[in-house]
Structure formats: structure tokens, C-alpha cells
Design a protein around this ligand. Structure first.
Ligand code: HEC
Length: 132
């Protein structure tokens, strides 16, 4: 038995040594925010869906072309979409918007910056959901 384990270890050792020593690429900072918050409603593949209400797809979404629109919706909320001003930092909001605008079939090249969030973002509404 001891011999069998030793033989197995000898066979396995070179295989392990041959694994490429490449570190996995760091995830997009916006991906972390997306997976923790947005995907609960918009789904992992950003296809949206029907639940308590209609959740729009963010995948291949032409409404994301003008960066000002997602900035307003994500900072200030819209109907069933909660606002994130106050719960996410301006950097996190910029990161997640950049992530969504450059993934899921969206290929918008211009980048949103935290300064743009500070400048163009809506304040969190005082109470209840924002009607728009
Ligand atoms: C509680 C569920 C919920 C969560 C969490 C959520 N959303 Fe939404 N989102 C919605 C709903 C519902 C709408 C549709 C609002 C409307 O137009 O009435 C929406 C709309 C949007 C839109 C506008 C899409 C369009 O075509 O008009 C964007 C952009 C968006 N969400 C991004 C995000 C991002 C980024 C996050 C994470 C930070 C997020 N959402 C988290 C429910 C959610």
C-alpha cells in the first residue's frame, strides 16, 4: 500500500510541475460589483428577465451608448431600479458602468470616470423609489 501511494506521488509530481505558472488575470473591478449587486436582478449574463417586474437586459443594450444615461439610472435609480448613490462609491459606480458598457456584447470604448459620476450623477432620492 505504501508503495502504491509512493508510486502515485511520483507519477503525479511531474504533472503538477508542468502546470503553467501564469497567475490568473485580475477580474475587472466592475465585475466584482456586478456579481455582488447587479446580477441578482439583471442576471449573470445580463439578459434581464421577468420577475416581480420587468428587468431590462443590459446585454447588447443601445441605451448604454450615451454614458450619461447609465450614470443617471445607476446613481439615481429609476422605478424598480434602486439608486446606488450613497451605497457605492463614485469609483465603484464608474467601474460597474465601464464593465457593463464593455461586456455582454456592448463595445462602447469611452470610459466613465469617478469625476463624471460626481458631476453628472443624480443625488439619492429622499425617500421611496424615484418615479421617472
Ligand atoms: C432590485 C433589482 C435591480 C438591481 C439590484 C439592479 N437593477 Fe438595474 N434595473 C432594474 C430595473 C427594474 C430596471 C428598469 C427601470 C425602468 O426603466 O423602469 C433597471 C434598469 C437599469 C438600467 C437601464 C437599462 C435601460 O435599458 O433603460 C441600467 C443601465 C441598470 N439598470 C444598471 C444596473 C447596474 C449597473 C446595477 C448594479 C450596480 C443594477 N442595475 C442593479 C433593477 C435592478
Amino acid at each position: 500500500m505504501r508503495f502504491v501511494l509512493l508510486a502515485a506521488a511520483l507519477v503525479a509530481a511531474p504533472a503538477l510541475a508542468q502546470k503553467p505558472a501564469k497567475a490568473p488575470a485580475a477580474p475587472h473591478p466592475g465585475a466584482v460589483v456586478y456579481q455582488n449587486i447587479c446580477q441578482a436582478c439583471h442576471m449573470a449574463n445580463a439578459a434581464g428577465g421577468e420577475g416581480a417586474g420587468k428587468i431590462p437586459a443590459l446585454a447588447k443594450n443601445g441605451a448604454l451608448e450615451a454614458a450619461g444615461y447609465p450614470i443617471m439610472v445607476v446613481t439615481g435609480g429609476k422605478n424598480g431600479m434602486p439608486w446606488f448613490r450613497g451605497s457605492l462609491t463614485d469609483s465603484q459606480i464608474a467601474d460597474v458602468i465601464n464593465y457593463v458598457r464593455s461586456n455582454f456584447g456592448n463595445k462602447y470604448k469611452d470610459k466613465v470616470t469617478p469625476a463624471m459620476i460626481a458631476e453628472m450623477g443624480l443625488p439619492a432620492p429622499k425617500g421611496g423609489f424615484r418615479e421617472q
